[in-house]
Ligand binder design. Structure first.
Ligand code: SME
Length: 173
């Protein structure tokens, strides 16, 4: 009986430490993003710095990039990115994960790209993808796109961090 009680307390302690460390980590990531946004860099330099930072900080982020609506065309155009070069610099609205987010205006979390039929492959190494839209005055102007070489890597924390990034990027426009 005593053993069970102690075991329970230790488990609770481990869970609390884990939760605390995660929160601290998210807060630190947000602070670094803020520092980049508030720096004297140009918009393009800030976006590049955020791509570089996220790819570097989060082990399972292997490609990080921004796509924006291409003028008044119904297509996305690749802006800054970190990772392997891609031939998908223009994506029509509705096509692939990115094109679907341009139309749905919703986060798209793909834990396993092999389960998606409307998907544009950026190489065999990519196993999962997350795309979060950027809104300015309620208009979807673009998105952040992350590719991962790991299956099933994303949690609600990724959506929280990336929504924060997108809200900060929105202030630049
Ligand atoms: N996989 C994306 C295409 C862009 S690459 O990930 C860089 C898609 O399906 O829209």
């Amino acid at each position: 009986m005593l053993f069970h009680k102690e075991f329970g307390l230790i488990l609770l302690f481990i869970i609390l430490i884990h939760k605390y460390r995660k929160n601290v980590n998210i807060e630190n990531l947000k602070k670094s993003v803020d520092t980049i946004i508030n720096s004297t860099k140009t918009i393009s330099e800030k976006q590049q710095a955020i791509c570089d930072f996220l790819e570097n900080e989060i082990s399972y982020y292997d490609w990080v990039g921004f796509y924006f609506k291409n003028g008044d065309k119904n297509e996305l155009k690749l802006a800054e990115y970190t990772g392997e070069e891609t031939e998908h610099t223009i994506i029509p609205f509705g096509k692939g994960i990115c094109g679907q987010v341009a139309v749905s205006n919703e986060n798209f979390v793909v834990q396993d790209v092999s389960e998606q039929t409307n998907y544009i492959s950026c190489g065999w190494k990519v196993k999962s993808e997350i795309v979060i839209p950027i809104f300015v005055n309620n208009e979807n102007i673009g998105q952040i796109d992350i590719d991962s070489h790991t299956t099933n890597p994303f949690t609600k924390d990724d959506e929280e961090i990336l929504e924060f990034v997108c809200s900060k990027i929105a202030t630049l426009y």
